[in-house]
Design a protein around this ligand. Structure first.
Ligand code: SF4
Length: 336
């Protein structure tokens, strides 16, 4: 069933501190707090647009939903109730929040109001990385919150960042391993983007922090993506959304509107090379699903150029009988 997400942003609300990378007003692109009336309008607009036959979910994103003022939080949840009762919101409600604002009381309340999925902004499971990036919670709190969310029967989502201040590729891969241990239903991966008006922005401008660039991020995230995929965990987002606010406040880091596609291209390259490495040098035809042609070829033919530099002259052809992300190889040396 196709999904329809009705997104309501609750920018920088309820946060006890300011994380090093966060200018939530920029990320969400909204500076004002939504009201119950806004929630109602968002649902009504979606109804007019028509979502028949879809899995419709109302998503409160952008802040620390369970840390906001309780009566305000309840007013937003209340506004959604008629749409849950009428079954328009057949996917219920999705929220994102901080690991240190999850307990039995709040989970019981969320259940009562039709929340089905909870995403935790975990970012890293390395204590030092959490601390110097001013997250205000510990790794133990992430593990405890994730366990509790699953025990209550909610869908669990975990969000991680790569390349944070003080992190390394090894620490980021350890975070991915810890996430796999927590068995989330979904994961989002956000490589660090340095924005104006943030602590990371100040550190970057003083020359004390340089975030990983797109190229090194693609190498790391291709591996992390593979780790989740081979554990059966769905990665529902890789990279920040292409939003005007981000571009306007961008200072440095791995921001690319098609970051996931680049990572999937890198995965193709590694898997093709792995298969070719025991074969003789020469010319090969790589057949992929037509939707995968650009990934297999790589941006600006990067994959083909790299394969050529290793002695394999390849061309990519489309074949819809091949499953997405799969490929076949044929030695066509004698045909050239
Ligand atoms: S908890 Fe989330 S919204 Fe709040 S400052 Fe940190 S990253 Fe931003």
């Amino acid at each position: 069933m196709k999904h329809a997400n009705i997104a309501v942003f609750v920018p920088h609300s309820g946060c006890p501190q300011q994380c090093s990378f966060c200018n939530q007003k920029t990320i969400s692109g909204h500076a004002t707090q939504p009201t119950a009336e806004d929630v109602k309008k968002a649902c009504e607009t979606a109804m007019v647009q028509g979502c028949e036959g879809r899995f419709v979910q109302l998503a409160f994103f952008g802040g620390s939903f369970t840390a906001i003022d309780k009566s305000y939080m309840l007013s937003l949840l209340e506004a959604a109730q008629p749409y849950i009762k009428s079954s328009f919101l057949n996917g219920g409600i999705r929220i994102s929040t901080r690991p240190d604002f999850i307990d039995d009381e709040i989970l019981t309340l969320l259940q009562k109001y039709g929340v089905r999925a909870i995403e935790l902004g975990a970012q890293s499971t390395d204590e030092k990385v959490l601390s110097i990036n001013k997250r205000g919670h510990t790794a133990a709190e992430i593990f405890a919150a994730a366990k509790k969310i699953k025990e209550f029967g909610f869908e669990l989502g975990l969000q991680m960042m790569t390349g944070l201040y003080g992190s390394t590729p090894e620490k980021d891969k350890k975070t991915a391993e810890d996430f796999i241990f927590m068995q989330p239903d979904t994961v989002r991966i956000y490589p660090t983007v340095v924005l104006k008006n943030t602590l990371l922005g100040e550190l970057f401008e003083k020359g004390e922090y340089n975030p990983p660039d797109v190229e090194s991020t693609v190498e790391l995230c291709a591996e992390i993506l593979q780790m989740f995929e081979s554990s059966g965990i769905k990665v529902i987002r890789l990279g920040l959304h292409a939003q005007d606010g981000v571009e306007q406040d961008f200072l440095a880091g791995a921001y690319h509107p098609a970051l996931r596609e680049l990572c999937e291209g890198e995965q193709f390259y590694r898997r093709i090379l792995e298969k070719l490495k025991d074969k003789p040098e020469g010319s090969y035809e790589i057949s992929v699903n037509k939707k995968d042609i650009s990934r297999a070829t790589g941006q600006k033919k990067k994959n083909l150029l790299r394969l050529k530099s290793q002695g394999y002259t390849c061309k990519v052809s489309g074949d819809d009988s091949i499953q997405l992300h799969e490929f076949t190889l044929r030695n066509v040396t004698e045909c050239f």
